[in-house]
Design a protein around this ligand. Structure first.
Ligand code: SF4
Ligand code: SF4
Length: 324
């Protein structure tokens, strides 16, 4: 099997909170037994800013939720991040209480200027399309940097609404569906899915050669009976993800489950003295041991190497129960 050069572009992301004003059926953050969108945890904004002041990690930072604008210290967070970074990209559903008085919201957004990019997603079950269209237009009229204007291709989107968004000339795009199927499983589910349904998202040239059988490598961490690999791997990842529990994670799979066994460290440790793994400041990556399968949203951007060490958890029913 061909091993590729590790991916070195850092990906610094703050997941401020997982709670959300929407309850989309296709949300990747839905767990079979517990809906993580109801998770009340939220980052300690002052501790995150202190940590990042000391450890910039990258020149730009991304922010998302749940819905990050619902964080009670959202504005303090943005102002702090804009002092530290050249660019800040937020992903938001452009709905929820922070946007309720849109004139006031717009004034604040304008004060943050063009270094902040607004990547928006429209979710048809929870918002009128004309409200979304008007908000996008007004943001652009104010000179805000609006990046993504998109809706995921699901049954929630009627052809009429799609036509309305398309005709609005706001740069709206239909996004390939990578969330949760109506049966509750994360997609893609097989290499055939990857190759046939998602060729624009998962390049076989870049990613796929590093992996064997899809079900041995990728699993829905919130759903599967067995989330463990048969063998430990060494994982190289350039993801530096700050979770709502103030822990730093190497991938979305571990962050969404909130399993602190797989956290690299805590942002309360701003010297990174007690971090279990070392963030390589020059190569911008972690290299860490892992015994679980990846989420589909992670596996395309990590490099894994077999270690030859058998993973006993993989065959232990007790561990399976604990993990599921
Ligand atoms: S808006 Fe996004 S985070 Fe919120 S429920 Fe929908 S898909 Fe999930
Ligand atoms: S192997 Fe997969 S689950 Fe494990 S740390 Fe890497 S990306 Fe995360």
């Amino acid at each position: 099997m061909k091993i590729k050069t590790p991916w070195n572009k850092p990906y610094l992301l703050i997941v401020a909170n997982l709670f959300c004003n929407h309850q989309c059926s296709y949300c990747i953050q839905t767990k079979s037994s517990l809906d993580v969108r109801l998770n009340p945890r939220k980052i300690d904004v002052f501790a995150v800013l202190r940590f990042l002041e000391r450890n910039r990690i990258d020149r730009s930072v991304k922010l998302m939720g749940g819905e990050a604008t619902l964080h009670p210290d959202f504005e303090v967070l943005i102002e702090g991040l804009l002092k530290l970074y050249k660019k800040l990209v937020i992903t938001t559903n452009l709905n929820g209480k922070w946007y309720r008085d849109f004139d006031s919201a717009l004034r604040v957004m304008k004060s943050w200027g063009p270094r902040m990019q607004w990547n928006t997603t429209y979710h048809p079950a929870w918002m009128e399309a004309d409200v979304y269209i008007e908000r996008i237009r007004r943001m652009r009229d104010c000179g805000l940097q609006v990046g993504q204007v998109a809706t995921t291709d699901t049954a929630d989107l009627t052809p009429q609404t799609a036509e309305m968004l398309d005709n609005a000339a706001i740069g709206w795009k239909l996004q390939t569906f990578t969330g949760r199927s109506p049966e509750g499983r994360l997609l893609p589910q097989t290499w055939d899915d990857v190759n046939l349904k998602y060729p624009q998202l998962y390049s076989a040239k870049k990613y796929i050669e590093n992996y064997h059988e899809y079900t041995q490598e990728c699993e829905d961490a919130n759903y599967a009976d067995n989330v463990y690999r048969e063998e430990w791997v060494s994982c190289t990842t350039s993801k530096f993800l700050i979770g709502p529990d103030d822990n730093v994670y190497p991938c979305h799979r571990h962050l969404y489950v909130g399993d602190t066994h797989y956290a690299c460290g805590s942002i309360h440790d701003s010297e990174m003295k007690d971090f279990r793994f070392r963030w390589h400041n020059v190569l911008k990556k972690w290299t860490l041991p892992c015994n679980t399968k990846c989420n589909p949203c992670d596996f395309k951007s990590v490099i894994i190497r077999p270690t030859g060490r058998m993973n006993h958890a993989a065959s232990s029913p007790a561990h399976r129960r604990k993990a599921s």
